[in-house]
Design a protein around this ligand. Structure first.
Ligand SMILES: CC(C)(COP(=O)(O)OP(=O)(O)OC[C@H]1O[C@@H](n2cnc3c(N)ncnc32)[C@H](O)[C@@H]1OP(=O)(O)O)[C@@H](O)C(=O)NCCC(=O)NCCS
Length: 164
């Protein structure tokens, strides 16, 4: 589904992620998460028919290769999950996370998704605020699920959005 959402920042477009975007997405993942995902991990995920992704990138004013954000999700038989989302720190707080999530949710609905699950560190205030704004609700907690950059264990919140 190629579609441009109404932009809050006109120099960035959101388009479906392709295998050619895996390298840039991996670099961005490494910037924003304690455990990075390699190009190969992105490639393996995106090669699966059940996996969908979108990237935020320059639209002409900025070079196409300047990836500002991405989202990856999986949809299987009505149940879907957000696998990962990240926005470059230089673009944080400009509405890209919101636009990426809206793109993913729209595609999930198009594929027949009825619920969307995700896991988020309970200390990740920007992400939790974004998900609550999208009407995700916390449905479970997983204690000691994540380890931060210092190896400390933290709790994951499981959040769910019902689409029907
Ligand atoms: C979470 C993340 C994707 C949000 O992306 P973003 O582009 O900065 O978010 P947006 O600008 O679209 O903000 C959408 C909403 O999220 C919330 N939000 C975003 N940044 C916030 C911050 N620093 N503090 C509090 N709330 C914040 C707000 O509710 C905001 O709505 P508003 O602009 O109307 O106030 C981004 O912070 C990120 O990449 N974090 C590192 C990776 C990560 O933690 N991913 C999620 C793992 S579960």
């Amino acid at each position: 589904m190629f579609e441009k959402l109404m932009p809050r920042n006109t120099e960035i477009d959101i388009t479906p992620m392709t295998l050619g975007d895996c390298h840039a997405a991996s670099a961005l993942h490494g910037q924003r998460f304690a455990r990075g995902w390699s190009d190969g991990e992105f490639h393996a995920l995106l090669s699966q028919k059940t996996v969908l992704g979108f990237i935020a990138h320059g639209n002409g004013l900025l070079p196409r290769r300047s990836v500002a954000g991405f989202v990856l999700a999986r949809e299987v038989a009505g149940e879907s999950e957000i696998l990962s989302i990240a926005v470059d720190t230089r673009w944080a707080g400009h509405g890209l996370g919101w636009r990426l999530m809206q793109s993913a949710i729209k595609e999930i609905k198009y594929r027949g998704g009825e619920t969307v699950f995700l896991e988020v560190d309970e200390g990740n205030a920007p992400a939790i605020a974004l998900y609550r704004k999208l009407r995700f609700a916390t449905v479970a907690e997983r204690k000691g699920y994540y380890a931060d950059r210092d190896g400390r264990k933290t709790t994951a919140l499981v959040m769910r959005l019902d689409l029907v």
